[in-house]
Design a protein around this ligand. Sequence first.
Ligand code: MD6
Ligand code: FE
Length: 212
Amino acid sequence: MQNLFDTDGEIEALAPGAMLLRGRALGVDAELLVAIEAVAKAAPFRHMVTPGGFEMSVAMTNCGAGGWITDRKAYRYTAEDPESGKPWPAMPAAFLALAGAAAAEAGFPNFVPDACLINRYETGARLSPHQDRDEADYGHPIVSVSLGVLATFQFGGSKRSDPMQKVALRHGDVVVWGGPSRLAFHGVLTLKDGEHLLTGRRRFNLTLRKAF
Ligand code: MD6
Ligand code: FE
């Protein structure tokens, strides 16, 4: 059915090198969620602690050759899940395919991520503004996939003091950023109570990167 307010299929430039691809994950949403469940069975979601000693409100797990972690020591990528000592679960083929297609559409051909951070937000969870700077080569873009409850994404410049724009990220939206936006500060505002048919009161985010 035609929906006059529907933005699915649109492409919005957030800044040079940063593109929002509306609804690009909708065709594979159920498949992505099944794969997230399988990853979480082998490497359960957990609330990690920052080097400053704060427990994160967002629960995280990983798949791929590298997984992003934080503990009292540092932020970094590891080949093994520190909870189990085993390698992170393999990157699902559906993640690789979506990331490659989205990156290509945004102007970054041949993107092959080796790390996927999976974030799980429940009501009240938030992610304070940060830069993604634990990767070896900033020449590669990042692909971020939103599933479930709507979240407000904040997106600024490469200085912490730069003004931030707010962007609503809905189920199925994909953000790709690289080039001049690669080190932009960004965060997620406190998740409001809401419900999505496929995820209940939760939001999931996949952050696909070339870490090594
Ligand atoms: C999130 N995303 O949307 C958190 N980082 O849950 C990120 O921190 C992020 O969406 C780098 C690039 C895109 C992102
Ligand atoms: Fe980030």
